[in-house]
Design a protein around this ligand. Sequence first.
Ligand code: KG4
Ligand code: ZN
Length: 344
Amino acid sequence: MKSDLNILGIETSCDETAAAVVCNGSEVLSNVVSSQIALHQKYGGVVPEIASRAHIEKIYPIVEEAITQSGLDKNSIDAVAVANQPGLTVALIVGLTAAKTLALVLDKPLIAINHIHAHLQSAMMDTKDLQLPAVALIVSGGHTSLYDCENILELKLLGSTIDDAAGEAFDKVASILNLPYPGGPSIEKAAASGNPKAIKFPRTMLEKDSLDFSFSGIKTAVLYYCQGQDMKGRNNSDKMTEKQIADIAASFQAAVIDVLVKKTQLAADRVRAKTILLGGGVAANTALRENLEKMAQRTGRVLLVAPKKYCTDNAVMIASLGYHKYKAHIFSDMSLEAKAGTDD
Ligand code: KG4
Ligand code: ZN
């Protein structure tokens, strides 16, 4: 009797074209990611039309490579899982069309994956017994949200950003400081030699007990700091010393992390979480991982974090969550659409 389930995952929600084959939800048979960073770098952010065109060029070779690297025959793929929301519609639609075509040609089921839920799946992938209830913090370029995780397939939104996502704030502050795109890794690198207490940037907590986030204020505070309080000055970051840039980066990073950790603790207390899950591109940040770990230990909880290589966009997380949806018989048909927003 055949027991292994091999899921092909496809991801094109933003600026990574990715495909992967995962066996039984956690055994990674292949993981192919083609990043478009070089294409978007000169614009300081992702340009949707450029992203879409690059996905169209790359999607079939990347899928082909993922299947070849898995060592499996095409017919041993049991289902095709694809991120259909949230993201750039013009980008999502490329992966979705490829996934539908493959599902039809291979005569295998199609599985719709919520990209945000998939980010959290990367934190749980290697865990045999997840202690529930869990609180999940997802921090990426497009999203910053807290979820009550009742089980792997059921997430209840507790709060999210009312303006910029945390990753977006990293990207924008890096651009103010003339650091290369993507901003997260650049800020982290610069912050390593800076003093996190050098500048007191605001920690926006919103109303007492609110589990929502706001990161546009801190971005503006960095801009004020660089241009002078009246905003009339030039952005002086090109004249700043490396030490000054490092101090701003470290102080900004510390303020963002402070808010993320405090809100996560508040959410964890509220749902009496035994476990804290962390995923998304910003979860690659070492200081964030360390600070959340300290908070988890202090409050008697277990922190599960996505391995660094699966924090930013990839298709392993899509295929892994696809396995659990397959087991729960949650399939989609050919009417599946790409959505910019998220249903849950
Ligand atoms: O999850 P992801 O690859 O794409 C989205 O779904 O948005 O996240 C990308 C974001 C970018 O904003 C990037 O600057 C940020 O994650 N990021 C980081 C780090 N690595 C990537 N932020 C802080 N520290 C990092 N080391
Ligand atoms: Zn993502």
